[in-house]
Ligand binder design. Structure first.
Ligand SMILES: Cc1cc2nc3c(=O)[nH]c(=O)nc-3n(C[C@H](O)[C@H](O)[C@H](O)COP(=O)(O)O)c2cc1C
Length: 181
């Protein structure tokens, strides 16, 4: 027997990839926003998507600068991730508030976060207003990960990334299964 799921709860079933911190820079100010709704989109060119509410300061910053950086925090940074996901960069310097360290971008002006174990720099190639969110499509122009954390996949013995299950619920994957047909 199956029971009805409200639309918002149905979205939660599509357990997204890692919970990420998106950094952006506009008019000399840097910002961080916590984002659960991300997805790979294309191999060639390498495209990813992030979904940002029209209400967010980050929406203005990414929409105008046409750049963003995806930073991957490990589970021990969850407190900082929640700070970046609960206050607006309109009034607060979240690098100071969450005590995170800003590192200059390599190929774009948006900074990355030193404490995160990987980052992906993206240039916005498209954006769509989808309901109350903007879907930004970013082309990857540069990416880095902590040495030894990646082989053919993330090494989960070395790093636990965060999955958001919705609301105040989080988890992390621990097990890797290799299976080919
Ligand atoms: C776990 C978690 C996941 C979130 N995921 C998203 C998301 O996918 N898209 C979004 O627009 N906001 C998301 N938020 C909310 C923003 O992070 C939050 O509103 C933030 O304060 C906006 O900051 P800004 O105004 O500086 O851009 C999430 C918050 C949390 C705590």
């Amino acid at each position: 027997m199956k029971v009805k799921l409200e639309n918002l709860n149905a979205l939660r079933l599509l357990n997204p990839g890692p919970l990420v911190l998106i950094t952006s820079k506009y008019q000399g100010k840097s910002n961080i926003v916590t984002v659960a709704w991300t997805s790979p989109v294309s191999h060639e060119p390498p495209l990813v998507s992030i979904s940002i509410s029209t209400k967010r300061q980050s929406n203005i910053m990414i929409g105008n600068s046409k750049e963003f950086t995806i930073n991957l925090p490990s589970f021990d940074l969850l407190d900082k991730v929640l700070i970046c996901g609960s206050v607006s960069g309109k009034n607060v310097d979240k690098f100071k508030e969450a005590q995170l360290t800003q590192v200059s971008g390599k190929k774009i002006s948006s900074p990355s976060i030193k404490e995160c174990f990987a980052f992906i720099e993206c240039k916005v190639v498209d954006s769509f207003l989808c309901g109350d969110h903007y879907l930004f499509i970013g082309e990857i122009v540069h990416a880095e990960i902590e040495k030894n954390f990646y082989r053919e996949h993330l090494d989960l013995e070395k790093v636990k990334y965060i999955n958001h299950l919705g609301g105040p619920y989080f988890t992390y994957p621990e097990k890797i299964i290799e299976k080919k047909r």
